[in-house]
Write a protein that binds this ligand. Structure first.
Ligand code: PDD
Length: 293
């Protein structure tokens, strides 16, 4: 069955979806995006994604292409028309089409593209296999809280990871602190057993999965800290994992080629994966979704 995309007001066959050559997203990466997970036919973290999109658009002064409610109707339509039970939705809004010039155009209709893709259902066994990450300098701009489509540093980092057989690259800043992965948030359980992920601010993207894991941990009385952690702490960690709408809660068992803890998936990581799945299945996503920087 052929895939359907939504492109600027029309549902079109995916293979025929196209945008204008002077779209500012194409020329300047002047746009933002969201990736929603679809799990068991339901969109996960809908409110969180909408709130984060509101933040991203607001910070860049990009107009909404349509009202939020209508936007979610279209998102659901795209999910349905592509028969996605498990997978993801990609939503991109750019400032729109204008003659190439750096300042914002006076009149511009924001451009909207939405696609959906099937993926294998969330598989706890696969997520618990354990993957490797490498650490690389964080060379991105200073507004990582905005989910900008300008992802070249992220692509370079991910490619570097893949070229050495690692799943993800964790980026570190000038203070040698791990900020996050190229497309996921980074978590460790320190050698003293503290569950840690970096605090939100302009140095990371506040993940919807991150928020869901925080809420799930809190609800079950698990202690955790939102604070900076160093490369050294990561190297000495007992456990590690990444969170994102596409990786869910994925165990990390090697950092820079060295085993994390005993090299096996940690107990707390496995527990958090269970808690996360129960949480999204019962609550649909995080409830507190207003902390973006
Ligand atoms: N990326 N940090 C970065 C830099 C990301 O790109 C992402 C998500 C996350 C996790 O956010 P969430 O839990 O809301 O998915 C953190 C998406 C999946 C992507 O670019 O494909």
């Amino acid at each position: 069955m052929s895939r359907i995309a939504y492109v600027n007001g029309q549902y079109v066959p995916h293979s025929q979806g196209s945008v204008h050559i002077e779209d500012r997203g194409y020329q300047f990466a002047d746009g933002v995006y969201e990736v929603f997970a679809v799990h068991g036919g339901k969109l996960i973290g809908e409110q969180g994604h909408l709130d984060r999109l509101t933040h991203s658009l607001g910070e860049l002064q990009i107009k909404w292409p349509m009202g939020k409610r209508s936007l979610m109707v279209v998102v659901r339509q795209v999910v349905q028309r592509n028969h996605v039970k498990n997978g993801l939705v990609y939503l991109q809004i750019t400032r729109g089409v204008a003659r190439r010039d750096h300042p914002f155009p006076a009149e511009c209709q924001s451009a909207l593209v939405i696609t959906a893709r099937k993926m294998p259902p969330l598989d706890k066994a696969a997520l618990s296999k354990g993957v490797g990450v490498i650490t690389i300098p964080d060379i991105r701009w200073q507004r990582k809280d905005i989910k900008s489509i300008a992802l070249l540093p992220n692509c370079l980092g991910k490619q570097q990871a893949r070229s050495v057989g690692a799943y993800e690259a964790w980026m570190y800043n000038e203070k040698d602190e791990i900020t996050e992965g190229t497309s996921a948030n980074a978590w460790i359980v320190t050698k003293s057993g503290e569950l840690v992920t970096r605090q939100v601010g302009q140095s990371i993207l506040n993940g919807i999965t991150r928020l869901a894991v925080i809420e799930a941990a809190r609800a079950s009385g698990l202690a955790f800290s939102e604070r900076a952690f160093s490369r050294q702490e990561a190297a000495e960690a007992k456990e590690a994992f990444v969170t994102s709408s596409t990786s869910h809660v994925k165990a990390v068992t090697r950092i820079d080629g060295k085993p994390v803890g005993n090299g096996h998936v940690g107990e707390l990581t496995a527990n958090l994966l269970d808690l996360y799945v129960d949480f999204i299945e019962s609550k649909g996503g995080p409830v507190v979704t207003n902390r973006w920087n």
